[in-house]
Design a protein around this ligand. Structure first.
Ligand code: BG6
Ligand code: MG
Length: 216
């Protein structure tokens, strides 16, 4: 593509490895309800909202709960998750992320967060990146979850850039679909055999540069 005019980052699994903290908290809940929850199952939860994640979890365990019980279970999961992220610091930023953000700043390319998480601001503050982002779109500001493109379209709008000039970084299938539905160039962070439909793939942000995107 031409040189990007803006970059949109997913948070969990792209900027920081909170995907493992989410997984552990859901697994603990599943075990408590008497069923197992594997890492392969967890792929379905990546990028998906808290409420929708719980619905998928209950479907996997073949367990039925009423709305009140669901609310309590989601709160219980979040309590464990919040405890896990409360001790995070910038050493948990994934390899190459700081350097790539630095490069974007040098190139005057603005960047925003596009995350489904309501805990996104807390995490960005914990890892000292809160003030680096030009805009933060998270689970508190969107009404439609990924794969709906809303989160990324809001990001493009906040940065005043056309969707086709934006690059999205995503580690979730739902997120890749959201980025493509928004009409953006999408880089999948992870295994191409698990993540389908991205324009490019990396394992770590260390492989990324503005030049790489521009040459594609
Ligand atoms: C996404 C994660 O970023 O945020 C999902 O990939 C998670 O696994 C979702 O369910 C919502 O997060 P939170 O912090 O609002 O429960
Ligand atoms: Mg993610």
């Amino acid at each position: 593509m031409a040189k990007p005019k803006a970059v949109l980052f997913d948070l969990d699994g792209v900027i920081v490895d909170t995907a493992t903290h989410h997984y552990k908290a859901w697994k603990a809940l599943a075990n408590e309800m008497g069923f197992d929850f594997t890492e392969a199952d967890n792929e379905r939860l990546k990028g998906v909202s808290r409420v929708e994640s719980l619905n998928i979890l209950l479907e996997i365990g073949n367990v039925e709960k009423n709305d009140q019980e669901k609310e309590q279970l989601a709160a219980q999961k979040n309590e464990q998750y919040v405890k896990a992220i409360s001790t995070m610091d910038d050493s948990e930023i994934l390899p190459g992320v700081k350097e790539f953000l630095q490069e974007l700043k040098q190139e005057n390319i603005p960047f925003a967060l596009g995350s489904a998480s309501k805990n996104a601001p807390t995490i960005l503050k914990q890892i000292n990146l809160y003030h680096d982002f030009d805009a933060i779109i998270d689970g508190n500001s969107i009404s439609k979850a990924k794969p709906d493109p809303e989160v990324f379209l809001q990001g493009a709008e906040a940065l005043q850039v056309n969707p086709e000039d934006c690059v999205v970084f995503e580690d979730a299938q739902s997120g890749i679909e959201a980025g493509k539905a928004a009409g953006m160039y999408v880089v999948g962070v992870g295994n191409p055999e698990v993540l389908k439909g991205a324009d490019d793939y990396i394992t770590h942000m260390t492989e990324m540069s503005v030049e790489r995107i521009t040459k594609k």
